[in-house]
Design a protein around this ligand. Structure first.
Ligand code: FMN
Length: 169
């Protein structure tokens, strides 16, 4: 793995503060392209995306989560869905969505943008589906809030590596 890729993985941070600058459509397409190049079981590519920039829709979505201030502040949101018509295994398809979302987060960093994975809104996924006027076959996996970072001093911690390794045999 190239060192800069490893650096990107380790130095990526959740970014929750943005300037008001719009996120250009070509950048949004690059982010989604990174997402769709994630691996998926049987290469079934079960993900679907809704790009949301409209302020009124963002305001409606903001009411569905404790993190509404982030939803309102982000000039661009991408809702990541699983298409239930395409899935073959709940666990594996959900894992594929996670890989897709992580690719998208890393792409935002590579493009000089900042993003955060919003999951708390899933508790109101039915309301979100109605706001976005989507078919019931679509299952919300995450909302990604994206913008140009207004600061870059975010810190995060991880437990020591030894806490995670069960054993080496
Ligand atoms: C499944 C999932 C759900 C998350 N939901 C939220 C959320 O609703 N709101 C939020 O501010 N951050 C959310 N996050 C971001 C985490 O808080 C963040 O990744 C974690 O604190 C580690 O910080 P880091 O991403 O900067 O390393 C979520 C992350 C994941 C993977």
């Amino acid at each position: 793995m190239p060192t800069d890729m490893l650096d990107a993985i380790i130095n990526r941070r959740s970014i929750r503060n943005y300037t008001e600058q719009e996120v250009a459509d070509d950048l949004v397409r690059e982010i989604i392209t990174a997402g769709i190049w994630a691996p998926s079981g049987l290469n079934n590519q079960p993900w679907r995306f809704v790009i949301i920039k409209d302020r009124d829709i963002r305001a409606q979505l903001a009411e569905q989560t404790h993190y509404g201030h982030i939803v309102l502040a982000a000039p661009c949101l991408i809702a990541v869905y699983l298409d239930r018509n395409l899935i073959y295994d709940d666990i594996k398809d959900t894992q594929s969505a996670g890989a897709c979302i992580q690719n998208m987060l890393l792409a935002t960093e590579a493009l000089g943008l900042g993003a955060v994975w919003l999951g708390q809104i899933l508790k109101n996924k039915d309301a979100v589906r109605k706001i976005l006027a989507l078919d019931e076959s679509l299952d919300l996996m995450a909302l990604i809030a994206i913008g140009h970072p207004s600061r870059r001093d975010q810190q995060s911690q991880r437990k020591p590596l030894t806490d995670f390794i069960i054993k080496q045999v």
